[in-house]
Design a protein around this ligand. Structure first.
Ligand SMILES: Nc1ncnc2c1ncn2[C@@H]1O[C@H](COP(=O)(O)OP(=O)(O)OP(=O)(O)O)[C@@H](O)[C@H]1O
Length: 844
């Protein structure tokens, strides 16, 4: 859009109002400008059309003398509701307010942009969700630099990542609301498109290295440690500079934390999705409760919720911190009274973390201070509760003493202050002598006037004389018609109504002037007193933030303890010997909605590969997932759904579960499957947990079988990871007789008179049979079709049981420890071509 143009029609020049609009709009080209005209925020021209489309508003037209342009508007009164919707749709919004009252009808009033809003830089509580709200910035250099900034709490962190997939995984964990891409990334159309498709997030430009660098220096004085790598420095600088353009000042951002993603358990985007940690993956499933987060999130405060999310994002690798988390959870599991009291107190807490940020930013309202006061009032009680419980004692010790500041607020503010800071009614009697004096003066004036009614009645003999007040005339004396003759000469008539008149006297006017003056001064004084109070409270903002951190941690412990008790979880033990023993394990989410059959699992250094067979619908995938979820829960410090669990500390969990088509990405199901398998085989270590479900089913049977077979061997011999391999290829059950650390297990089902019965029970040994046809019968396929399928199956089995020996020999001779995945694929392709040739001639 060029400057000073506006979509519209007409010969004339732009009318002054629209000229003003265009000038402001052009000053903020990346923003949607909302332009106050009286009670509405309006947009014109093309922006009116965008606004109307985004919010489903009626498009009207603004017509001035010789010019007509589209117009759409939203009421000033309910602007927040609309802002929320605009931000969710990825709009950046600039709000231009009227800066003066319109004195004459046609006079053009001054307008200024008073607020900028973007999805990733929100500070206003009513536009924020309880979750963290990140602005991310990405730049390249020595790897990918990722910076994450949440201005609502002041959190500023980042990491260096060395592959695109690692970057995507990291971003998937944080779910930023807005992303800034460095020009070298923004200009790569393929990157930008893939990025947008994956994250459905707003990409913003405005990445300037020089400005970023200056912003970092201005914010922190010198470059904070951790920002030495150029990619990270550029990203952090861009994020900060961008947020500063929106917010002007960000005193709540006090430092930068660089973290190392490898210091935590690695969970890829695929794994997080497959395990339904943060969101349900089943098609059509929208219920956020059907996730691990949904089950565990029994936190009572927003900071607690954010902390739980961050623990789930980054499970730990070291035992010591996990044991201290588990100790804390256990203390709260054991003592129900303590847990109840802690959770009740937390429930009354406000979001101290964001309150602290608003305090630092000088944005706290009187209501914020009042909420702070109430929250701080709970600290002594909480401290008292925690003392005497060694695993929780350290929390009590880290809780700062903020009693003095609480008392100060309590003595200063009224208990339920108004939202507006400039209209009085904020400060209590007895806090500020000057204010008290002003109020006293106004009070005296009002008392004098109240008493005037009586004295003047007496003096004038007008029995029903009344003193009244209205906004136009101020105080007046009111006399009804029959008493007009008694009105003294010095009274001045103000207003004549049907049967009465209103008068003023010099004395009344003077009193009124004094009252008004005292009141105005009192309101001003209150504002000043409030600002002083706020500044004083802001001095301890850092301590408030610290209290928020301690309480967030406590909240997570209490939530995990509550879940442990409510759902019957047990404390996991970590094995340094590499034992993985689960007794009566359950799936934490499935068990919430179904009667659940618990199952055991036993793996260890000598039993690393479990081949799991059984009919469809038996529960193989569920068993795989529950194993991973138990490990993940244990490594955030949660109790786990089982009778007992011993497990090693896994460095990563890999999953290849369920077919995930990537239609928009243009890759076939099989291709996605192979790429994921390749990534697993490359990255898994002896300390990883690998879950593979039906590898190879996306291609022809023999290709699939051969690949599955080879993958099992590779995992067993070369990788040595803990592997659960669920499969329909019955042939794979022969593996344990050839691989020393492999075992068979199956999910039990039995054919009964009326069909197949699932027991969902995992038992040792291979399944006796493939039940695919039985499941198909259950599903109601026509019996003629099933009979035909049976005869085809018999034919295939007969053929399969007399395998081509030469092919098998060749397969067996292949040394997998010396074979790259690519060579394996080429080899398989050759085998397949030969097998296919034979199959063609031997069709049943
Ligand atoms: N241990 C269990 N107790 C109770 N219900 C279970 C159990 N395990 C699985 N189920 C239920 O059985 C159904 C099938 O489970 P799942 O998807 O794990 O089967 P599967 O063997 O992987 O099937 P397929 O081979 O078709 O993918 C699910 O609806 C699940 O809720």
């Amino acid at each position: 859009m060029g400057s000073m143009t506006l979509k519209g029609q007409g010969p004339g020049p732009l009318p002054p109002l629209l000229e003003q609009y265009v000038a402001l709009r052009d000053a903020y080209p990346e923003y949607l400008l909302l332009f106050q005209v009286g009670d509405f925020y309006e947009a014109f021209g093309e922006d009116a059309e965008r606004l109307a489309r985004a919010l489903n508003l009626t498009l009207t037209h603004k017509t001035a003398k010789d010019f007509t342009t589209p117009m759409a508007g939203i009421p000033v009164r309910s602007v927040d509701v609309y802002l929320e919707r605009l931000l969710q749709q990825g709009f950046r919004v600039a709000i231009a307010d009227q800066m003066e009252l319109a004195e004459e009808a046609d006079k053009l009033v001054r307008r200024e942009v008073t607020q900028l809003l973007t999805p990733g830089t929100l500070l206003r509580e009513n536009l924020l969700k309880p979750e963290a709200n990140y602005l991310a910035a990405l730049a390249t250099g020595d790897g990918y630099g990722l910076a994450l900034l949440d201005v609502s709490t002041g959190e500023f962190r980042g990491a260096l990542l060395y592959s695109k997939s690692a970057l995507y995984d990291e971003l998937f964990r944080y779910r930023p609301a807005e992303v800034l891409l460095a020009p070298e990334l923004y200009q790569q159309t393929s990157f930008r498109e893939e990025f947008q498709r994956r994250f459905l997030v707003m990409l913003s430009e405005g990445f300037d290295d020089e400005i970023g660098q200056k912003a970092l220096e201005a914010q922190f004085g010198s470059l904070p440690p951790g920002l030495e790598p150029p990619a990270l420095r550029r990203a952090a600088g861009a994020a900060l500079a961008y947020a500063l353009r929106v917010e002007k000042r960000l005193p709540q951002v006090r430092g930068f934390v660089r973290y190392d993603p490898n210091a935590y358990m690695q969970l890829s985007e695929t794994t997080l999705r497959a395990l339904e940690v943060f969101e349900p993956s089943a098609v059509g499933e929208r219920d956020p409760e059907r996730t691990l987060l949904g089950v565990l999130n029994l936190t009572r405060t927003a900071p607690g919720r954010r902390r739980l999310l961050s623990w789930l994002r980054h499970p730990l690798l070291d035992e010591a911190p996990l044991q201290s988390r588990l100790d804390a959870v256990e203390a709260l599991v054991r003592d129900g009274v303590l847990r109840g009291a802690v959770r009740r107190a937390l429930h009354r807490m406000h979001d101290l973390e964001r309150l602290a940020a608003r305090l630092m930013a000088g944005r706290a309202s009187a209501r914020d201070l009042s909420a702070l006061e109430r929250s701080l009032g709970l600290l002594p009680e909480l401290r008292q509760l925690l003392v005497g419980f060694p695993p929780l004692q350290h929390l009590a010790e880290r809780l700062p003493d903020l009693e003095a500041v609480r008392e100060k607020i309590a003595s200063a503010l009224v208990s339920d202050p108004p939202l507006k800071l400039t209209e009085g009614g904020l400060i209590q009697e007895g806090y500020d002598p000057v204010l008290d004096e002003l109020r006293h003066r106004a009070e005296e004036g009002r008392a004098y006037i109240a008493q005037l009614e009586a004295t003047e009645r007496e003096r004038t003999g007008i029995g029903n004389l009344k003193v009244g007040y209205n906004a136009v005339f101020g105080y007046y004396l009111e006399v009804t018609r029959p008493h007009y003759p008694l009105v003294p000469g010095e009274w001045r008539a103000l207003q004549t109504l049907k049967d009465r008149m209103r008068f003023s006297t010099p004395e009344l006017k003077e009193q009124e002037r004094q009252i008004l003056q005292a009141e105005t001064e009192a309101v001003k004084r209150e504002h000043a007193v409030f600002l002083e109070l706020r500044a004083e409270v802001a001095q301890v903002a850092q301590e408030v933030r610290q209290a928020a951190e301690v309480l967030a941690e406590l909240d997570v412990y209490a939530a995990l303890a509550e879940a442990a008790v409510a759902y019957g979880y047990t404390r996991p033990r970590f094995s340094s010997q590499g034992e993985l023993l689960i007794r009566a394990g359950r799936h934490p989410v499935v068990e919430r909605h179904n009667t659940f059959i618990p199952n055991d699992l036993e793996l260890g250094p000598g039993r690393r590969l479990l081949i799991l067979t059984g009919p469809n619908m038996a529960g193989k995938s569920t068993y795989l997932r529950q194993t991973a979820l138990i490990a993940l829960m244990a490594q955030i410090g949660s109790f786990v759904p089982a009778e007992s669990v011993t497990l090693p500390l896994f460095d990563r969990i890999f999953t290849r579960i369920g077919a995930s088509d990537d239609i928009t990405g243009g890759r076939s199901t099989f291709m996605v499957e192979m790429e994921e398998l390749a990534a697993i085989l490359q990255q898994a270590t002896r300390k990883s947990l690998v879950l593979l479900d039906e590898i190879g089913r996306g291609t022809s049977t023999y290709d699939g079988l051969a690949l599955a077979w080879a993958a099992c061997e590779y995992l067993h011999d070369t990788v040595g990871a803990y592997t659960l391999f669920a499969t329909h290829y019955f042939e794979l059950t022969a593996l344990p007789s050839r691989l020393s650390a492999a075992r068979n297990a199956h999910v039990a089902a039995r054919e009964e008179a009326d069909g197949l019965v699932f027991y969902h029970q995992v038992l040792p040994g291979p399944a006796s049979k493939s039940y695919g046809l039985e499941v198909a019968r259950l599903a109601g396929l026509p019996s003629a079709l099933l009979e035909r399928a049976k005869s085809v199956l018999d034919g295939l089995l007969a053929q399969h049981n007399s395998p081509s020996k030469d092919l098998l020999d060749e397969l067996l001779q292949l040394d997998l420890s010396q074979t790259t995945p690519l060579e394996a694929l080429v080899f398989l392709q050759r085998l397949q071509a030969r097998l296919l040739g034979r199959l063609e001639t031997a069709k049943p």
